[in-house]
Design a protein around this ligand. Structure first.
Ligand SMILES: *Cc1c(COP(=O)(O)O)cnc(C)c1O
Length: 384
């Protein structure tokens, strides 16, 4: 598929200017193989920023998710409860291990996994003595899941929790970084995320044993021997030293990145509020934040109260060279996952049909924001 010639992208990366010097320093040091000191520094930076006791930098968020399943011993015959309203990588990691995802519907307010449904599903499985091996929750578009409730539930059934915080670096719940509540937390540094290493990810944990094992598995599972000896299957998942330097440079600007993304969201929210005042009725709904939550607002997403508006808004923006997108298509609606169980009533289906993600980049200008809102306004006035 050829990319349309966008002028304004959904979530483009932003170079701080420090990346080139950081990477040049690594090249001058010749620490290109094997892994080197910049990688350790990046992991320390991540620990400092998130207050996670351990961080293991990897080649992608997908690799971090896969390792999380390996570390928790998820295997053939196991079930893993997972939010349906997410990126496909959240689910692929379960399939890689030969296990079965059970999709949990979204909450209409937060758009995150519905904890009341999760609770009922766990109760039902407990009665059948068939509890899931793990639970994966996703902080969708940076919006914090109620981790206190999830962890209390998971503890009562002794089920480990993986937090997919790929979109949520910099979001907090009662001041605590997302990705540090669960047994394992996953970050992504893909090109479109809050910070980037062009491609990369990390696994966060407070468990030293787990961190050590993650490191071992991510570097081909080499036994302690003077030659290449292996007693278990490993992976080549470690982030390169060069890209780690890139990541550290990006991380120095994360507060600015987040402030701008939050501002983007506020400006869109003001615009929709003015539209609603003009029209006299509600037009859109955004994600509700639970008490104590702060979202990085990685993407500015809104669900329209009227059918077909999402499609028309995306098309009108596209015509002007502006990239807007549908929200994630729920996993239980994906052809590749249609044989797996879904527990819910179709809330995620509705959010997907009526939702849009608007341009949310750090470099979005006031003028561009105005242009985007003018186009949306035209679509609304023609259709409402
Ligand atoms: C981006 C993303 C991933 C995958 O991360 P990569 O680094 O692209 O592999 C996983 N989960 C969610 C929710 C994401 O948005």
């Amino acid at each position: 598929m050829k990319a349309p010639p966008y002028r304004i992208f959904l979530s483009p990366p932003f170079l701080t200017g420090a990346e080139t010097a950081a990477m040049n320093a690594v090249m001058d040091s010749n620490w290109l193989a094997p892994v080197g000191p910049a990688l350790t520094t990046f992991e320390e930076d991540l620990c400092r920023y998130t207050k996670a006791p351990h961080a293991v930098a990897l080649q992608s968020g997908s690799a971090a998710l896969h390792l999380s399943m390996v570390l928790l011993g998820v295997g053939p015959g196991d079930e893993v409860f997972v939010s349906t309203y997410t990126h496909n990588a959240t689910v692929n990691c379960i399939i890689y291990q030969g296990a079965k995802p059970v999709f949990i519907d979204a909450n209409p307010g937060s758009w995150n996994l519905d904890i009341t449904i999760l609770e009922a599903a766990l109760e039902e499985r407990a009665a059948r003595k068939k509890l899931p091996k793990a639970i994966i929750v996703v902080h969708l578009y940076g919006n914090p899941v109620d981790m206190d409730r999830v962890m209390a539930l998971a503890k009562s059934y002794k089920i480990p929790v993986v937090e997919d915080a790929a979109e949520a670096l910099g979001s907090t719940l009662n001041g605590q970084a997302l990705g540090t509540f669960g047994d394992l937390g996953v970050l992504s540094f893909n090109g479109n995320k809050i910070i980037t290493t062009t491609g990369g990810g990390a696994l966060l944990t407070s468990n030293a044993e787990m961190a050590k094992k993650a490191l071992f598995l991510a570097t081909q599972a080499r036994d302690e021997a003077p030659y290449f000896q292996h007693s278990t299957i490993g992976y080549n998942y470690r982030l390169s030293n060069l890209l780690a330097a890139f990541g550290s440079a990006q991380l120095t600007k994360i507060d600015d990145f987040i402030a701008k993304r939050q501002l983007n969201f506020q400006l869109y929210s003001f615009f929709f509020k003015r539209m609603e005042e003009e029209l006299g009725y509600p037009v859109v709904q955004a994600q509700y934040l639970i008490d104590g939550a702060s979202s990085n607002h990685w993407l500015s997403c809104f669900v329209f109260h009227f059918p077909s508006l999402a499609e028309q808004v995306i098309a009108a923006l596209e015509k002007a060279g502006i990239e807007a997108r549908y929200t994630w298509k729920p996993m239980h609606l994906q052809p590749v996952f249609e044989s797996y169980e879904f527990i819910g009533v179709g809330v995620a289906d509705h959010l997907f049909e009526s939702g849009v993600c608007l341009p949310s980049g750090f470099q979005l200008t006031h003028l561009e924001h105005h242009e985007i809102c003018t186009i949306i306004k035209k679509v609304l006035l023609e259709n409402l």
